[in-house]
Design a protein around this ligand. Sequence first.
Ligand SMILES: NC(=O)c1ccc[n+]([C@@H]2O[C@H](COP(=O)([O-])OP(=O)(O)OC[C@H]3O[C@@H](n4cnc5c(N)ncnc54)[C@H](O)[C@@H]3O)[C@@H](O)[C@H]2O)c1
Length: 313
Amino acid sequence: MKILVTGGAGFIGFHTAKALLDRGDEVVVVDNFNEYYDVSLKRARANLLSCEIIEADVSDYDDMKKVFEDYSFDKICHLAAQAGVRYSLEKPFVYEKSNVKGTLVLLELCRKFKVKDFVFASSSSVYGDNKKQPFSEEDRVDTPISLYAATKKSNEEMAYVYHHLFGLNCTGLRFFTAYGPYGRSDMALFIFTKAILEGKEIKVFNNGNMARDFTYISDTISGILSALDSAFKYEIFNIARGEKVKLLDFIKEIEKNLGMKAKKKFLPLQPGDVPESLADISKAREMIGYNPKVSIKEGVKKFVDWYKEFYSI
Ligand SMILES: NC(=O)c1ccc[n+]([C@@H]2O[C@H](COP(=O)([O-])OP(=O)(O)OC[C@H]3O[C@@H](n4cnc5c(N)ncnc54)[C@H](O)[C@@H]3O)[C@@H](O)[C@H]2O)c1
């Protein structure tokens, strides 16, 4: 299959492109290599991909039209986005441009170029601070608490319109805190590992009363590949481990692997942040055979091993 992976220099996009290439698919990557976090990490990922890498912005219709003209794609795996909940309070228009317009550009080009299948990244953040746990795809998700979440919800709705009006097969994947080697330098695991190694303080929000359904990257990728192979008319899936881990236990795991203690600074909950996430993954299990395998113990160890090797520590 010839697959366009947008955001292919990003954390999830890189691992997706690599897995597709490893199994013999033809891949083209588009990424704008923006400076939201360390660009050298994005370059390092891209250098490991043996495929065409196009530096372009998904919200630029003309540039993206050229990409669709040059390659005839079977499927689109749309992972490019401005990620991050907290940053969306500072730079809302970046989210509108990359996430809302960028997704619309791709949907329009799928329509114009008669691409049949569109798999795209949504997020656990669409659940806002819903109290009922675990979060199920059946739950209402119309009370997002950050602009980031609102843009991800809008992606699901825009995709539904293109499915309804133009028959585009769309599958939205609500990722829950993916982590692992080559992970994002703006996310907790990376920030904590770096700070602990440097003997610096780590900021622990909501006084440590946070919990996340952490998903090891190989499990996230298995969900993406199954979705790409399925071509549903319109479906939304939670892609998570299905287990809630307390932030303080997560930090203990990092400390154990580093053989060092964290200096914790306890702070209140940040605006826009969700205190807890936990997914019901039964729908993905049933419909795409999704079966997450990597425990938090194994996953944090793999990340710390990678971090030490990558940064020669
Ligand atoms: N990592 C997670 O835990 C998580 C959780 C929920 C949802 N998601 C979603 O999954 C997707 C991938 O996330 P990630 O963690 O790999 O993030 P990431 O920031 O590492 O990857 C996104 C990539 O997209 C690129 N990009 C951003 N705006 C672009 C634009 N306008 N045009 C072209 N490229 C652009 C960035 O340069 C980056 O390389 C995103 O849509 C994100 O919102 C991620």
